[in-house]
Ligand binder design. Structure first.
Ligand SMILES: Cc1cc2nc3c(=O)[nH]c(=O)nc-3n(C[C@H](O)[C@H](O)[C@H](O)COP(=O)(O)O)c2cc1C
Ligand SMILES: [Fe+2]
Ligand SMILES: [Fe+2]
Length: 400
């Protein structure tokens, strides 16, 4: 995309990435892509805020040189050193020999450890201001949104918050960068939730802290470094992040995620009737086949919904491996306070449901119990599964 003027002398100079299949090597973005939003303020002083991945460096340099020669560049603000925003740094500073890098004290340490850069670094303190001529920047320390070194940059004249990962979302920018009325906002919000649950959820407390800290400053535009720029309704994305952060440690929505895996269809057969039982009680359910559906797409449902129904067969005395992976990820992502139930087929001694129980203890989820059956479920067992699903649904709706 060509650069876009956000306000006079302030430009989006970002790039779309439609090639990376796994963001951070983990999270599927193969169908949705992602943007690395970079910004240029062309004032008496010339500043770039955040860069892009190494792979997209050439494109970013083209965007910058639409407006300035890199030798004129005075500052690069490094809100966050993760390489999706700093991968282009070494190439750019070679072309901009007098540029000063602005970031936190921890950013300075990381510049050395990631890139061997030790010079032309100016550490900015929390609340420090920088005059650019007719614009003024103010820097806020916002540790752990997403890494410990992270800051946010506030442009005081136009009231633009350059928030980096905070308020960001997956999804390449499809022809327009703003949250204007003609864009499919629901899709971008879904991508923002997925990004939140994958990347930010573990840092929900720091997100709350950052939102509280910024509350005293009016924000006209939220300009994150991934996803839409919110000028129509900046409050919308701040409210969404605040709401999502609120799910950490709190009971979720009266709805359930039904996760299942099955080698030969026996557990899947039971899953269909358990789902029926849950739906009989009017409980909204999202069903995922964990062998096929990416963990990136599963996490938003786990984050928001109170109930987790887990169907998986026994595999070598344990829970089916792809299911164990999902539960391990739930633990890493601090998904607590759920009500769970389990079921699964086995052939001889079982063991899948034993490991399910171990996981529930480990996760400190409340267990509603589990059903283990041999081979194909009988019609009586299917009936029992339907009743099990219904009773679980009633429990979830109580929101204990
Ligand atoms: C590789 C493999 C390992 C298995 N390990 C066990 C086991 O340790 N204990 C057991 O009771 N059943 C074990 N089983 C049997 C399955 O749990 C059983 O076939 C079950 O019905 C499969 O359910 P599904 O059709 O939902 O995949 C194993 C099956 C396979 C293919
Ligand atoms: Fe990050
Ligand atoms: Fe990022």
């Amino acid at each position: 995309m060509q650069p876009v003027e956000i306000r006079p002398s302030i430009y989006w100079i970002g790039v779309n990435d439609r090639h990376t299949e796994l963001f951070e090597g983990l999270w599927s973005i193969r169908d949705e892509g992602v943007s690395y939003n970079s910004y240029l303020i062309k004032d008496k002083k010339k500043v770039i805020i955040d860069l892009c991945s190494k792979m997209t460096t050439d494109e970013l340099i083209d965007q910058i040189t639409t407006f300035i020669d890199l030798v004129e560049l005075d500052y690069i603000v490094i809100n966050h050193l993760e390489p999706d925003h700093s991968g282009a740094l070494k190439a750019i500073i070679q072309l901009a020999p007098s540029v000063k890098l602005l970031g936190s004290a921890k950013t300075r340490e990381m510049l050395e450890s990631f890139y061997g850069i030790t010079e032309n670094i100016q550490v900015v303190a929390d609340g420090e201001e920088l005059d650019l001529g007719s614009h003024k920047l103010k820097f806020f320390s916002t540790p752990f949104v997403h890494w410990p070194e992270t800051i946010m940059t506030y442009e005081m004249t136009e009231k633009i918050l350059f928030s980096c990962d905070g308020f960001g979302g997956y999804g390449a920018l499809n022809g327009t960068i703003f949250d204007d009325r003609n864009v499919p906002l629901a899709w971008y919000e879904e991508q923002a939730l997925r990004y939140y649950s994958n990347i930010v959820a573990s840092f929900s407390k720091p997100v709350k802290n950052a939102i509280a800290k910024l509350a005293a400053f009016p924000v006209a535009i939220v300009a994150p470094s991934h996803g839409l720029i919110w000028r129509n309704s900046p409050k919308r994305i701040i409210d969404l992040y605040n709401t999502w952060a609120g799910y950490a440690g709190e009971p979720g929505d009266p709805a359930a995620t039904l996760l299942y895996a099955s080698m030969y269809g026996n557990t899947e057969r039971m899953m269909e009737t358990v789902a029926q039982g849950m739906a009989d009680e009017g409980l909204p359910i999202n069903i995922f086949n964990v062998a096929k559906d990416s963990i990136s797409h599963i996490l938003p449902s786990l984050w928001l919904r109170q109930g987790v129904m887990i169907g998986a067969p026994t595999y070598e005395g344990k829970l089916f491996p792809t299911m164990a992976n999902v539960l391990s990820m739930a633990q890493r992502k601090h998904i607590f306070n759920k009500i769970a139930a389990g079921f699964g087929s086995c052939a001889w001694l079982g063991g899948g449901q034993r490991e399910y129980n171990d996981w529930i203890v480990e996760l400190k989820w409340q267990s509603f119990g589990s059903l283990e059956f041999k081979g194909a479920p009988t019609s009586d067992e299917l009936e029992e599964g339907r009743r099990f699903g219904a009773a679980f649904a009633r429990k979830v709706k109580e929101r204990v």
